[in-house]
Design a protein around this ligand. Structure first.
Ligand code: G
Ligand code: G
Ligand code: MN
Ligand code: NA
Length: 255
């Protein structure tokens, strides 16, 4: 059985899961939101990493169905948490470049929001900056506008590693910037790295974006993020990605 058909089978049989990783506001010491991350349970290996199956899903087109499912399940879960009164602002869902360039992608997003009567501000879409490769800014602007008009938040993911252009950062309707963990890991131990991170945070905030660091794993990185006034941190220090049922405990530990 190829990995692709096994993945397709698991998706069809409802065997995929979504884990959630908190993002924390250091200024208020409160939970801000969660990133939704796909998980593929394997009877022998525990979980197969999305780093292994997302690229296959993208190559085969399966990412369309898989991504639609993750989005829908995340909206369902966000609505449930909101109804239970959990203190959070949004759930962030990764959107593959393959998904965003589908015609009418915004209809798919709208359908999930409506299915669960989820207010759109509870949903954030994480778009990796590589989404721009091979497309012009005008087309990108059109797609992002349609999504923004729904009322969802847009986050630029993996900032600094891909096809970065500071000119689009200034014009496209993102509300959040996620600094890739390559710039965060060990930044408290390396003055050059620290300056770069500080500069990236200032740049994002000057452009009116909320800035989140990824891969914030040890206390030194947390302290630095606080010192340079980052809007939020995500990483193993506060929590690994966990199943939805563990989230109330994680919040109780953070807030
Ligand atoms: O959760 P983890 O760190 O193992 O994820 C590895 C990679 O897989 C990350 O780059 C993450 O963005 C990506 N990924 C995880 N879940 C999804 C998903 O639902 N959709 C897309 N497009 N990427 C995902
Ligand atoms: O590319 P994306 O930003 O979607 O990546 C999310 C991935 O980062 C997930 O696979 C998640 O498991 C991983 N991740 C989250 N926090 C940490 C961390 O503190 N350290 C490391 N090494 N990886 C992390
Ligand atoms: Mn992401
Ligand atoms: Na990233």
């Amino acid at each position: 059985l190829s990995l692709e058909s096994a993945l397709r089978g698991s998706l069809a049989q409802g065997k995929l899961e979504v884990f959630y990783q908190p993002q924390v506001c250091l200024r208020r010491m409160k939970l801000k939101g969660f990133e939704a991350l796909a998980r593929w349970p394997d009877p022998n290996e525990g979980y197969i990493s999305p780093a292994d199956f997302i690229p296959i899903a993208e190559k085969t087109g399966l990412i369309i169905d898989l991504g639609t499912w993750v989005l829908d399940e995340s909206c369902r879960q966000a609505k449930q948490w909101a109804q239970e009164g959990l203190p959070f602002d949004y759930v962030s869902v990764n959107v593959s470049p393959v998904q965003i360039w589908q015609p009418n992608f915004e209809r798919i997003v709208e359908a999930s929001l409506q299915r669960y009567h989820l207010p759109p501000s509870y949903l954030c879409l994480e778009i990796t900056e590589n989404v721009f490769i091979g497309h012009d800014e005008a087309r990108m602007m059109e797609v992002l506008r349609k999504l923004r008009d729904l009322g969802v938040l847009l986050s630029l993911d993996d900032f600094g590693t891909g096809y970065s252009s500071l000119s689009y950062l200034n014009r496209l309707p993102f509300s959040q910037l996620k600094i890739d963990r390559a710039f965060v890991t060990g930044a408290h131990l390396d003055p050059g790295k620290e300056k770069l991170l500080r500069g990236m945070v200032n740049l994002g905030q000057t452009l009116g974006l909320k800035v989140i660091t990824e891969g914030t794993e040890v206390i030194g990185e947390i302290s630095l993020a606080r010192q340079i006034n980052c809007d939020g941190v995500q990483g193993f220090y506060y929590s690994r990605p966990v199943p939805a049922c563990d989230i109330p405990d994680v919040i109780a530990r953070i807030n």
